[in-house]
Structures are given as C-alpha cells and as structure tokens.
Design a protein around this ligand. Structure first.
Ligand SMILES: Cc1cc2nc3c(=O)[nH]c(=O)nc-3n(C[C@H](O)[C@H](O)[C@H](O)COP(=O)(O)O)c2cc1C
Length: 407
C-alpha cells in the first residue's frame, strides 16, 4: 500500500461475506487490509465458513461483531440483513464457494450472506476460490456468467498450487487484486457525485385519434440502463421517459410522458441545473397535425393525415444548455450509420454521440443488447455488439473523460 492509498477507504462501510472454503483463512488478511485502509468492515460468515476460521478472528480484525445467523436477536430491533445492506457501500463475497455462487445465481436466500446479496442494491464484488474441476464445471461457469450479466463484478481466481494438491486455476485472487477491485468499484460509486444528469428514454406516441397513434419500436432499455448506471455512480438523476413497461430504476426521479411535446416540456422544465444531458429517447419527429376528437369508425373514410414537425429536443437543449452542461445524443440509423451520426454530432453541436444501427442483429430497438460506436470531436470508440448496460457504462465513462478534459 503506498502512502496515498494509506487511509483512502475512510468513510466507507463494507459488508464482507466469507464462505466455507479452505481459503477462508486468507480472508482474515484481506479484512485486516481493508480496515487498515480506513474502511468500516462488517463480516458475515456462512455456517460452513465457521468450520474453517472462528468468527472471533474476524471480530478482532474488523473490530465489529461478526454475523453468522440470520435469526440471531440483535441488541436493537433491526432486521439484520436490511440494516447491514443499508449501511454498506458495497458487498464483497470472499472465497466465494461453488455452492454460494450457485445460490446467488438462482436467487436462493437461505442464510444471512445470500439474503444480503439478494437484498442489496449496492455493487457486489465476488472473489471465487475453489478446486479447478469445480471452477471449470459447467454449472459453475454458467452461474458465474449469469451473475456477471447481472452486473456483479468478479475478481478472477488465479492459478497455482491448490489445497487439494492440484496445480491449476481456482486460487483466491491476491489480496492486492481484491483490494484494488474494492477501490475501483467504490471510486465508481462516487464518479458522478457532483453531476445532475437528465436523461430521455423510450418512444413517444403521437395520437391521430383516441385509439391510434404513430410510434416506434424503442423499449426504453437504453435510457433506463443509463439512468441506473448514473445513479450507481453517485449522480442525481432525472429520467424523462415515453411509454414503456420498465419499472423505475432505484434512486432515480422518473417522469413519465406520452408525446414528444410532453417530453419537450418536461425536459425544459428540468434542464436548469443539469450538468449532463443524455438524449436516448426515440422521439417521433412528426405528429399528426390534428387529432380527431372521437375514434374514427372503420366504416368511415380516414381523413387525410397531415404531419407536423415535433420540437427537436436535443438541438434545443444543446443550444440553451446551462453553463458547462455536456450534451450526449444517440443516432439510430438504418444506413450510413456513422456518417449520419457524425453529421448529427456537428449539426447539433453535441459533445458526443452514440451511433446505433436499426434493423438486423445488433439493432438499437428491442433486445437487451445493441451495436454501438461512440463518436466525439476528435475521437471514436467502437463498442461492437454489447449489453445495453455495458453501453451505458461506456457512455458514462466517456462523459467523465470529457468532463475531465473540459476542466
Ligand atoms: C476441507 C474442505 C475444503 C473445501 N474447500 C472448498 C473451496 O475451496 N471451494 C468451494 O467451493 N468449496 C469448498 N468446500 C466445499 C464447501 O465447504 C461446501 O460446498 C459448503 O457447502 C459451502 O458452504 P457455503 O457456500 O455456505 O460457505 C470445501 C470443503 C471442505 C471439507
């Protein structure tokens, strides 16, 4: 640990799970390092873990009570798992066994550790340790992939001599790698803490009569992923979304609108104070000029629909942005994807744009993943086909970089 890192975890509260594997003894050193770095560390041990190391060891090293029993009566009326997850900034599952990883992947909550992981909305880091065959077994690999896809961070096990006498992968990652992961993830939870992020998401509906509207296939997933990720990085987040089935992300103010004009009004209302605007909504460019008051009957001839242009929300935000506000747009294009996105970047004076194709395998519309390229003046990053959650993380990384270079 260098002097700069010495007590850099001061003020953070970590919930550390210890599982029942041979590497449980190594977790004592990690808990000690985290505490020396200033973190307030609370340890939960599985029942199996207590067969390898006593709770007393972790109690002495963390200087806090060690939790082993979900049903233990506390000194105050506080449901243990809720109290623990509420006060922690992140959870770290150490020497994660094949068994605990399997339980986490399937939402099983039959002890305090697995219940806390299920109950937390904070980042979770998992450092597995097991014999090579257990690690390589198809169920373990599938369970790890499931958890990674849900956003849990894994600290890859290393290779070397294992307690079972074999040499192979499955060794608990080094203390340095695990503590570095804690630092990295904690830093990320603070990365946008001084930003007020305003995000638009989803499609809009442009009614022609009370029963019919023009819209597009946007699901809102991209904007919701951006909002969740920005909130997880400590930003104050306002999400203005068109109609979608998606549930409100945690710690995000959500404003639900229907039409482009409603979205426009909500954005302008919330723009003052915004430091980062991300326009990911698929706003309808046109609306029926007049809305027929009563449902047009099938047997009647449909009156001719004349289309009127909707407000260009992102162009207006870009032009009237609060001082220092970064503006990032999305361009869903069916042809000349990058060129059209670059034109939009320049025409609307954006700080960056995400170019997405529509149609085909990696289409921006529908699905949990999409093909994306980030473009900004003087820069380009091809993300390829990625989960929308990964695209969201990359967009916010770029926003942080642009913010740094603007300073
Ligand atoms: C001596 C010994 C060492 C073990 N080491 C490991 C290990 O390193 N990794 C693992 O996944 N399981 C290991 N196990 C098996 C676990 O203890 C067992 O799957 C247990 O149910 C895990 O419980 P937990 O996940 O609740 O901690 C070991 C068992 C014994 C007896």
């Amino acid at each position: 640990m260098n002097s700069k890192e010495a007590r850099d975890l001061s003020g953070s509260t970590l919930l550390v799970g210890v599982c029942g594997g041979i590497a449980a003894y190594k977790c004592a050193g990690i808990v000690s390092t985290l505490r020396q770095a200033g973190a307030d560390v609370h340890v939960i041990m599985t029942e199996a873990a207590t067969k390898f190391v006593t709770p007393l060891t972790f109690q002495a090293l963390s200087n806090n009570d060690v939790h082993t029993d979900m049903f233990a009566a506390g000194s105050t009326w506080d449901i243990a798992h809720i109290g623990l997850v509420r006060k922690s900034d992140l959870m770290l599952v150490l020497n994660a066994t094949a068994n605990t990883i399997a339980k986490l992947a399937h939402g099983i909550a039959d002890d305090l550790l697995t219940t806390c992981v299920l109950a937390t909305r904070k980042p979770v880091i998992v450092a597995p340790a097991m014999n090579t065959a257990m690690l390589e077994a198809a169920p373990t690999q599938a369970n790890i992939a499931t958890l990674q896809a849900r956003g849990l961070e894994f600290v890859e096990p290393g290779a070397g001599f294992l307690a079972c006498g074999e040499v192979g992968s499955g060794r608990l990652a080094s203390d340095d790698d695990i503590v570095a992961a804690v630092r990295r993830v904690l830093a990320r939870t603070q990365q946008l803490r001084s930003e007020h992020v305003l995000i638009t998401a989803g499609p809009t509906r442009e009614f022609a009569d009370p029963a019919r509207f023009l819209t597009n296939p946007s699901t809102g997933r991209m904007g919701f992923a951006l909002a969740s990720e920005a909130a997880a990085r400590g930003a104050r987040v306002t999400l203005v979304t068109g109609p979608t089935e998606l549930r409100n992300p945690a710690n995000v103010e959500v404003i639900r609108v229907t039409s482009a004009r409603e979205m426009h009004a909500a954005v302008l209302e919330h723009l003052p104070g915004t430091t980062l605007f991300i326009g990911s909504a698929a706003v309808a460019d046109f609306r029926p000029e007049t809305v027929v008051a009563q449902k047009v009957k099938k047997e009647d001839a449909w009156p001719e629909i004349r289309l009127a242009r909707n407000p260009d929300i992102i162009a207006e935000v870009s032009q009237h942005r609060p001082q220092g506000c970064l503006v990032i747009g999305f361009a869903a294009e069916s042809e000349r994807v990058e060129q059209n996105a670059l034109d939009k970047l320049q025409r609307k004076n954006l700080d960056a744009i995400v170019a997405n194709p529509i149609g085909g395998e990696g289409s921006a519309y529908g699905g949990d993943d999409s093909e994306a390229t980030l473009l900004w003046p003087g820069g380009r990053r091809v993300l390829g086909r990625r989960a929308k959650t990964d695209v969201a993380a990359a967009v916010l990384d770029l926003a942080s970089t642009l913010r740094e270079s603007a300073r």
